[in-house]
Design a protein. Structure first.
Length: 445
């Protein structure tokens, strides 16, 4: 066996052993508390991703599903059928007002523009939060959720469930144990196309009987309802005011193991070389370049990470490193000083060149349930791995890519401490937006 690979494997297994000996962590606000026998839970959203989240959370035997808020009542029927005692509200604010004393935690699994308002309102009531990715629609919102969760010592988890998968956890440990050496650069991509170059239709369609359109709009300015699925239930991802495009949707998943493995936080610069959004919609085919400060896991004073989506892919000089390996539809390529790691989304990492790693066996790791980890942390047992202290900075970084796409071919210099761009002042208007009058939220407005 190659001696360098032998050494890398010994180092990797040594690290795993040390990790296994680490004492379980318990958040400070739970140290003196007995574990909760029953966790009382509510969901913002009833179907789609919300249904997947509350379904996984309530599969834990110690969870009682108390209430759900759903602006489209037709989408709450399945939840009510499964849980006959479930209280269904159309207005999430009413649910919090009436039920917060009967709850311990919530999941926020709605369109992106309402993630922060709902999560912040729940945290102001002292409720623990499982928040879908991206954590928020805007950078400022992510910072504030992170700060308030920390101040109130709340249990939090972002819904990047692949973060807890074997594939992503082992990939992080491979990088951090030096199996492919120090990382020189990373290229990461998604084939999804949550963009739309067509103009917004100029029409005002009837609102479906079971949908409260004003509640669906929430903090965003009022506008006519457009039918045919233009906004609801899924194409809001393409719209600037409501979604965060392909990068916001998939970046929090695919960038996650990159972010974690490299140990980076805020970028120094971000630059878009893809198309600009239209007046109302995100574009497809993004190319976003980040430069981060170097870390103990990277090679040199800075490290470059590049995102591609839609039809865009890394250049031939990068994909050529794959050899006979077929490029995944979504995933990442880590280029190290000793080798290359390809990480499909979601698949086991592949180490290249193959001849150097043919005797390297990936270790086994204990399974982790991303949703149940949240429940157990709420009960006072252990911790979550994608809490807002981690997920907040990750989301901020992803959202900066969306802002950069508004200023193509321009390198934006980012000051994370002040949440401002140092060289392009016009970009700062997209860091934080003003909520619609009457929809102000304590802690955000």
């Amino acid at each position: 066996m190659n001696s360098s690979i032998n050494s890398s494997r010994r180092s990797f297994l040594k690290q795993l052993g040390a990790a296994g000996l680490a004492a379980p962590y318990v958040t400070s606000n739970l140290l003196a508390a007995s574990p909760l026998e029953t966790v009382r839970h509510a969901s913002f959203g009833a179907s789609g991703m919300a249904g997947a989240d509350w379904g996984a959370i309530t599969s834990h035997k110690q969870v009682k599903f108390v209430a759900v808020a759903e602006v489209d009542l037709s989408r709450a029927e399945a939840a009510k059928k499964r849980f006959p005692d479930l209280k269904v509200y159309q207005d999430w604010r009413e649910m919090l007002d009436k039920e917060h004393k009967n709850l311990d935690c919530v999941n926020v699994s709605t369109p992106d523009h309402m993630h922060a308002p709902m999560a912040m309102a729940a945290m102001q009531h002292g409720l623990h939060v499982y928040g879908q990715k991206p954590l928020t629609h805007d950078v400022y919102e992510s910072r504030r959720l992170t700060e308030v969760a920390r101040e109130k010592k709340l249990v939090t988890q972002m819904g990047i469930q692949v973060h807890s998968s074997y594939e992503y956890r082992v990939a992080v440990q491979l990088v951090q144990s030096g199996v492919v050496g120090k990382i020189k650069e990373v290229h990461t991509w998604s084939s999804k196309k949550w963009g739309d170059s067509a103009p917004r239709p100029d029409k005002n369609d009837p609102v479906p009987e079971n949908l409260n359109w004003d509640l669906w709009l929430g903090v965003v300015s009022a506008r006519p309802y457009i039918g045919g699925g233009y906004y609801h239930p899924g194409n809001w991802r393409k719209r600037l005011d409501f979604g965060t495009g392909t990068f916001g949707d998939m970046g929090c998943h695919i960038y996650d193991p990159v972010f974690k493995a490299l140990g980076v936080t805020a970028p120094l610069t971000v630059r878009s070389e893809g198309p600009k959004p239209t007046e109302h919609n995100w574009a497809n085919d993004a190319i976003v370049h980040y430069v981060f400060p170097g870390t103990p896991f990277t090679d040199g004073p800075t490290v470059k990470v590049v995102w591609y989506d839609g039809s865009q892919r890394p250049p031939a000089a990068i994909t050529g490193l794959l050899g006979k390996i077929k490029q995944p539809d979504q995933g990442s390529i880590f280029i190290g000083t000793k080798g290359v790691m390809v990480l499909p989304h979601v698949g086991k990492p592949i180490l290249l060149p193959e001849e150097n790693y043919k005797e390297f066996a990936l270790p086994k790791l204990d399974p982790v349930n991303h949703w149940h980890s949240f429940v157990e942390a709420v009960r006072g047992n252990g911790k979550t791995s994608a809490n807002f202290d981690y997920a907040g900075p990750l989301t901020e970084t992803i959202l900066l890519g969306g802002i950069a796409s508004r200023f193509p071919q321009t390198t934006l210099e980012w000051d994370a401490k002040s949440l401002t761009f140092k060289n392009v002042k016009e970009a700062n208007q997209f860091v934080r937006r003003t909520y619609r009058k009457g929809w102000e939220v304590k802690g955000l407005s």
